[in-house]
Design a protein around this ligand. Sequence first.
Ligand code: PMV
Length: 322
Amino acid sequence: MDNKTLTNTSSANINIALIKYWGKKDELKMIPNCSSISITLNKYYSKTTVTYLDNLDEDILYFNNELINNSDDFKKRVVRFMNQFRKLYNIKLHAIIKTENLVPTKAGFASSASGFASLAKAASRAYNLNLDDKSLSQLARLGSVSASRSIYNNIVKLTTNTKEPMGPYSFELARWESLRVIVFNTVSEKAISSREAMRLALKLNSYSLWIENTKRDLLEIEKYIKNKDFVNFGKVIQNNAIMLHRLINETGINYLTNDSLKVISLIEKIQSTIPIYYTMDAGSVVFGITESRYIDQLTKYFNNNLDDITYEILTIKNGELD
Ligand code: PMV
């Protein structure tokens, strides 16, 4: 390489899963047991700068401007990712990595998705590798499976139906600009990581049923996305989330709080009159999925009924990829 500074800053937006992945076939290669579908959201993202230096013998990590030490779990994950990346592309250099989450504090979004997606972009671009989006989605997956989907905008599918050496990849499945996501601020500290919780779920007898149901949900939702059939689309999403949290509960873990349940019950009360459906990832935050034409009515309804729970309305990220 020449003496030009090898540095790059890249960003990636958050995504929420509509049809969830839960459980890996291979933890080392980060192969999920099942395909998944998500939407990439506007406004909140992670930004990462990677700078390779030839005098470093280990990676240095800053998270939100704070130096992270080697015993920290997040640092270990990042180093593991960087080691895999270096091995794949035969890179010898270590780097200074500065990553930031531009997501409101404690908003409860799965920031590992946007974080590892922005790291995959910055790490490869700083070395001038010029990877295409598909390869970036395979690389990001090695950091966090859901990060693979944050490489793309709009509605995204991570498919496991592949024999590629780099494994599953994501792609933009469809666009649906009128979709809106209402993020209810029902945040609480996550008690157990999704990685740990997935390991427990794999041991359950009912795990195979979850996989079967998810495969059916994937087939159905693709049909509804194609026809822009919002009501049936919403029903599949909601049911998939309910099934996931039931499976999680069977392992003795509960991510939902009283506030989450309150929002869920308000959504269930109104959804036969105004189409809105809910989903939750591995946390207590409830996401309401609706269409732009229902926002005025829904705002009135939630303002009258939510008391002290706040919410925010987000749109789908579209347009050019970063
Ligand atoms: O990729 P992870 O480890 O952040 O796990 C994601 C788990 C879910 O958000 C619940 C599902 C998904 O497909 O994103």
